[in-house]
Ligand binder design. Sequence first.
Ligand code: S3P
Length: 178
Amino acid sequence: MSEKIQAKLPYNLYFIGFMGAGKSTVAGYMKRHYSMPLMEMDETLVKREGMTIPEIFAEKGEAYFRQAETDLLKEIAEQTNMIVSCGGGVVMRPENVEIMKKSGKIVLLTASPESILKRVKGDDNRPLLKGRKTVEGISELMEARRPHYEAAADVVVRTDTQSLKGICQEIFDRLQAE
Ligand code: S3P
């Protein structure tokens, strides 16, 4: 699929992957270049709650945030042709994976712990990375999550070895080959 094309998919495209894997960046590029509507899950939850993610975690707790993610996913699943940039922890609930599988294709974005560290270094908006901003800290959490990410994914694309245009081309090529 080339640029300037308006993609119209009969399902949603869910972007999953570790924090800093490029979900928001790739999803934003797709929105601009393929004229697809974008749902940023974190951003939507922040707007709805009127709090930042660290505030939600601190004041309402992680379990509350995880339930809000599931509720939002259920709403999203009623639509089609949406690009959905998921929070990095969405795949940890089997119920969420089931919702995504039933309503779309799941694209796992990956990058090395070194690339992730570079991307998240200056950002204090991710409570789960507090005290973990080292290659070792990131690798440890990434390895614990890897089986969940890989089991959920329909296609897997690396984001730290090619351009955004190349990444999107690879995603569409792989989806077509599915
Ligand atoms: C989380 C990832 C974050 C955000 C929250 C929890 C996680 O989203 O949802 O801080 O558990 O991996 P990003 O992956 O967009 O950073």
